[in-house]
Design a protein around this ligand. Structure first.
Ligand SMILES: [Zn+2]
Length: 333
């Protein structure tokens, strides 16, 4: 694939192609935006375009040895840095500095792509700042971040920022079709919410089934199946937040067409959870009460989600969430 093959990011591509056309490639670019919308692919293909010896209309040729080596991760002038155990530490930044200090072997520039750059811890960020202040000649640093606010201002202000946005439905469908089974395409499309990369790297339909299964156990007071670990709690709460969003949307619109969870036949809950036998047709006052309860639960889960980086006890968290969800289900059924 080449840079021009990235779908649904015309604005970002226009900026990147502009720098290539004018031969004004900056020393540091921050590619920011939600996870799963093409930032990393764009970074890799931008690196290919910068170093390709036979570019085609400012883009890479996607066929030469240089392009192929970058694609397979063996180009001597292109390095990728990833978080280890959720963090980018100072040692990794030192390795990056070392890589950049050498002259390019065969390309025009030494390129380092830092994925999840916002996972840099404070020491790493401070060390990295020094590199940004005096970038080595012929170097290009590409920072990829879904939460750019997690980077210090001092770093962000030294980058050329290129923003990426979630894809419109039709373009998301173009990315997903072929990669997702036709029968599941509509459901996966709704769940990916414009972030097709999420659907390609994870099985969203299976996550939804897993969420509903645990919710069922939870509501029935069965605590044998708690979450496996902190990542599972995070993933489950992300789903719970979408699920509550559905309930609120249904309360307000009374229509099932925009729901992510919809009337899921796999739901273990009576009446299919989000619909719960209420919604558009219910008397105003009662509907308002349901809506307030949904918002309340939504807020509580969101704040619990924010606390997960601290060491929360798994079974206390389970009981806490179970209490919220049981109260909610009892109201609505
Ligand atoms: Zn090439």
């Amino acid at each position: 694939m080449a840079l021009r093959d990235i779908i649904g990011q015309e604005k970002a591509l226009k900026i990147l192609f502009g720098t290539l056309r004018r031969d004004r490639v900056p020393s540091t670019v921050l590619l920011s935006g939600d996870a799963g919308i093409g930032k990393m692919r764009s970074a890799v293909n931008y690196a290919k375009a910068v170093n390709c010896p036979s570019p085609v209309e400012d883009d890479c040729c996607d066929r030469c040895a240089s392009c192929r080596k970058t694609d397979t991760g063996v180009h001597p002038d292109v390095a990728t840095l990833l978080p280890e155990e959720g963090e980018i530490k100072i040692d990794a930044v030192r390795r990056l500095e070392e890589a950049l200090s050498l002259k390019p072997f065969e390309g025009r520039r030494k390129v380092v792509i830092v994925d999840d750059a916002d996972a840099m811890n404070l020491n790493a960020a401070n060390a990295f700042l020094k590199t940004l202040e005096e970038p080595p000649r012929d170097s290009l640093i590409l920072l990829v971040a879904s939460n750019p606010d997690g980077l210090p201002d001092t770093i962000r202000s030294r980058c050329t920022t290129v923003r990426f946005y979630p894809l419109p439905d039709e373009e998301c469908r173009r990315v997903l079709s072929g990669a997702v089974e036709a029968g599941a395409l509509d459901a996966v499309l709704r769940l990916s919410m414009g972030r097709p990369g999420l659907a390609l790297s994870r099985d969203l339909a299976a996550e939804r089934a897993w969420f509903l299964k645990l919710l069922g156990s939870m509501v029935q007071g069965d605590a044998r199946e708690v979450w496996e670990d902190k990542n599972a709690i995070k993933a489950w709460l992300d789903q719970a937040i979408l699920f509550l969003r559905d309930r609120v949307v249904f309360s307000v619109t009374g229509s099932g067409s925009d729901l992510l969870y919809g009337a899921d036949p796999a739901s273990p809950l009576p009446d299919s959870a989000p619909l719960g036998g209420r919604g558009g047709g219910s008397a105003g006052e009662q509907a308002d009460r349901f809506l307030a309860a949904d918002f309340d639960a939504y807020r509580q889960l969101l704040s619990l989600r924010g606390l997960l980086d601290f060491n929360l006890n798994k079974s206390i968290s389970w009981n806490y969430v179970a209490q919220i969800m049981r109260a909610l289900m009892a109201h609505s059924c």
